[in-house]
Design a protein around this ligand. Structure first.
Ligand SMILES: *Cc1c(COP(=O)(O)O)cnc(C)c1O
Length: 370
């Protein structure tokens, strides 16, 4: 209970108690379910790279020492793989942390931060936590709409967050569109391109944003080790940014924000390109299998280029997303409810192991007959 007039105890600053806390994907299933398939948080069904697991074991033997606060080896490994200058990279405790640092660094109370209608909810939370005003730009066909984003920009806008591809829709906009957005934004507005799923995208007209960061002063690209690298539990993200933004972020972040085990896991995972390729190949195969099978059941799916798929349920009153979620959960298949993202009658499913994917399709086949 909060009472703004209660002076007998500390009060959060204005706006904090208006934040709707992030609700992570469920991980449990009811007692008695033999096997749980967690398909609610877009984790890698192949797990982490064996090299990363070994690196963490080794790092655990000297965890009394503080980590390298600059995460130098990790920035070098990333720079090597992507052909980037490590000086333009900032590492973080998951890319969520970078998103928060950017909001905190560039938004003053009353400044506006723009994101899209079905965009990643973390943007709203960090804009509000910084005292900023969240501004939502409508989407078209469950896809970011550049004209709508530009129409949402005002004199007060300081930051625009774009997840490309987006979560939970899995849709993306082509690089030409991102360039058009950037070209029309005032130079003082920061454009954050959240490319958490970039590695999964197999489209010739897609670009994660590296070129735009390299050639401008107001673009940041964020990436994560939580998805393709299977390191969600290790909490590692990174940003590629112009030098002046790196300088600002390095003043605001915690001095040891990436721990020693995470640094070593990240270095090993980044260098294990075979694991990345296996993961992409698995996803390609099962994402298209799932969309075909689910469509075959008469369910609409949003076309996805990520490692998850948004499944829409019928409005017949009997086969709602909530009913499907209960049905699947009882059988050990944990998907993600997405009402908070403006999809009250859809579930988001991570592309899982072959066993999990086949199991969900079989269970939904029965569910729709029920
Ligand atoms: C999963 C996800 C992230 C990554 O979060 P981490 O903090 O790095 O685990 C960032 N953006 C989007 C859109 C995501 O779906």
């Amino acid at each position: 209970m909060t009472n703004a007039n209660d002076v007998s105890r500390p009060q959060p600053k204005p706006g904090i108690m208006d934040i709707a806390a992030y609700v992570p994907g469920k991980s449990g299933a009811p007692a008695g379910v033999a096997k749980v398939h967690k398909l609610s948080s877009n984790e890698n069904p192949l797990g982490a790279s064996p090299a990363a697991i070994e690196a963490v074991r080794e790092a655990a033997t000297y965890m009394e020492f503080y980590p390298d606060g600059a995460a130098t080896r990790l920035r070098e490994a990333i720079g090597e793989v992507y052909g980037l200058n490590p000086a333009n990279i900032v590492c973080s405790n998951g890319s969520d942390e970078i998103i928060g640092l950017l909001a905190q660094t560039f938004l003053q109370p009353g400044d506006e931060g723009v994101f899209t209608e079905h965009g990643f909810l973390v943007y709203r939370i960090y804009i509000q936590a910084a005292g900023g005003v969240p501004v939502v730009a409508r989407e078209t066909d469950e896809k970011a709409d550049v004209d709508a984003i530009l129409a949402a920009v005002t004199d007060k806008t300081k930051i625009v967050f774009l997840a490309n591809p987006n979560n939970p829709t899995g849709t993306y906009i082509p690089y030409e569109e991102v360039r058009r957005l950037h070209a029309a934004l005032p130079g003082h507005v920061l454009l954050v391109l959240d490319a958490a799923y970039a590695e999964y995208v197999r489209r010739n007209d897609y670009e994660s944003g590296i070129e735009l960061v390299s050639t401008s002063q107001n673009v940041v690209m964020t990436r994560t080790f939580s998805k393709i690298h299977g390191l969600g539990g290790a909490r590692i993200g990174w940003a590629y940014a112009p030098a002046h933004i790196v300088d600002a972020l390095n003043r605001v972040r915690g001095p040891f924000n990436v721990n020693a085990m995470a640094i070593e896991a990240g270095v090993a995972a980044m260098r294990d390109r075979a694991h990345v390729e296996r993961t992409v190949a698995h996803n390609d195969k099962w994402l298209s299998w799932l969309s075909d099978e689910l469509t075959g059941l008469g369910l609409r799916v949003t076309p996805s280029v990520g490692n998850f798929i948004l499944i829409h349920f019928p409005d017949d009153g009997k086969h709602s997303a909530a009913a499907a979620d209960d049905y699947l959960t009882a059988r050990g298949y944990i998907l993600r409810r997405v009402a908070g993202y403006g999809f009250p009658n859809a579930l988001r499913m991570t592309v899982g192991t072959e066993e999990a994917n086949r199991g969900v399709v079989a269970a939904l086949t029965e569910f729709l007959k029920s």
